[in-house]
Design a protein around this ligand. Sequence first.
Ligand SMILES: Cc1cc2nc3c(=O)[nH]c(=O)nc-3n(C[C@H](O)[C@H](O)[C@H](O)COP(=O)(O)OP(=O)(O)OC[C@H]3O[C@@H](n4cnc5c(N)ncnc54)[C@H](O)[C@@H]3O)c2cc1C
Length: 543
Amino acid sequence: MSKVAHYLQEHLVGEVMTGTDARRYFATDNSILQLAPSLVVYPRTENDVRKTARFSWQLAERGRVIPITARGAGTDATGAALGSGIMMVFPAHMNRVLELDTKAHTVTVEPGINYGKLQQTLHTHGRFLPPYPASIEYSTIGGAIANNLSGEKSVKYGATGAYVKGLRVVLANGEVIETGHLNKRDLSKKLGLATFEGEIYRSVDTLLEENRELTSQLIRNVVKNNAGYNLLDIRGKDGSFDLTPLFVGSQGTLGLIAEAVLTTEAHNPQTTLIMAHFDSLEQTQQAIQELLALSEQPSVLELVDQHVLQQVHELNPNQLKEVATPPFAPFTLFIEFDNPNRQVKKLAKKAEKIAEKYGIGFQTATEPEQQLQFWKLRQATSTLISHNDGLQKSVPLVDAAVPLDRLRELIEGAYSILGSVSLKPGLWGHVGEGSLHFQPHLNLGAVGDRQKVFRILEEYHQLVISLGGTISASAGDGRLRTPFLEAMYGAELYVLLQKVKIIFDPYGTLNPGVKFGTSIDDLKALLRSDYGLDHLYDHLPRS
Ligand SMILES: Cc1cc2nc3c(=O)[nH]c(=O)nc-3n(C[C@H](O)[C@H](O)[C@H](O)COP(=O)(O)OP(=O)(O)OC[C@H]3O[C@@H](n4cnc5c(N)ncnc54)[C@H](O)[C@@H]3O)c2cc1C
């Protein structure tokens, strides 16, 4: 055991490990990148987190940087859960529900709690956390907050940030702060503190004051945007102040989340689901825009294209046959309404009219069994991404969103880019939020395929930026999209974001390389030669 590990083990209640197995295990997440930590810490208490941060800060003050990367379940698709220093693994011990307030409808949790388990607990109280991801069965709440995660229901309910009321955060120097809504008086108390916390409040307040006009340029014409930091929701119009939105989506680069208070929504499992087919992209886009203009948003608005269905049909001709057979419609939309009152019938009727006007057929299901059949088509993506074609594996590369009226151009552009590198098309996504996914099958051990990775990354992100979109929609930038962040925002805004990072993390001890400091050449060096999600295979999710 190294001296550092030895020192930490003497001071922490949780375990410290330096063995090759542990380091190898945490050298990968769900991304195409690889980076082994030098040691692994499993904190048992907030005090363990605090002591580790303090230790790392003190070393850095003396010129030796051993950074800390917070880790949930490691399902991040961008290498945000990788780091070369201390890997701080939260799910092992810091995984409890601390308080469930059934009157205020809030829940206080530790960050390592499994998302699916928390959701089950909430369901028993008639509540739920709406922005759950497809990886709900094994990802954590800490990861969801740090990524400002969104999922299939986010079109109606918003991203994770909308449900985070307050956080306990361990700062880079080991101080613990509580975030939440501050009125003017509370804020002035914070501004007067002689601590690192006070320094942070003063610096952020001044930065926002001096850069009002510049900060407003962070606004993008997209439904969701996780690129960079959220500087737009810190200050309220009434002079209030809240650092919570800044930590949400910051991917462990500004502080370590030790506890979170979340608000919940009433859970209504009874839904109406319409599956509608379209033969043209233009008509699909028009239908999407009209559906979103209804008096109430659908609770789900998802798309899957014919190429996904065709490929799944070729892999397993029986899988989809009860729901659809080839030739598949070019685009299929899944439109769900979860409104518990009678209005849902009216909404569904209106949605059916839209499907009829623009599409080539639709079916409506109100019974869970029939709905499950419909979902088989959307969940076909899961089959596709878990299928290995020899050494070729389905790799996550992109997570962009564009303004809704540019969706058609994004889809056409994605087809064209995949075609130009001779890869099979196959698209799906949360189209109600202008967000699209594809995961081409590539052999990362082959030079040609490695080159394709970078061609796709560069061309697709250029396209997204040219359409006025965001390179990071459902989750954060991580390492994979860091090289494109400056191109998205421009040099001046990028420098502003860097200043935020420096306020919170002056020595670069918090997840360095994420959001800043990773170039395309760095990515090339970090690229795995064999992609796999071995540790998650037992729980392959719906997608
Ligand atoms: C099959 C599959 C389906 C997926 N579906 C979706 C989806 O629908 N929507 C979507 O957005 N994503 C999806 N993802 C990506 C991934 O599941 C999410 O990004 C998830 O939020 C990551 O959670 P995690 O617990 O695995 O966190 P990790 O991957 O371990 O970490 C994610 C980030 O959070 C930070 N972090 C973790 N804990 C803390 C903490 N306590 N304090 C500070 N920072 C912390 C990490 O440093 C890292 O930057 C999917 C992934 C897979 C494999």
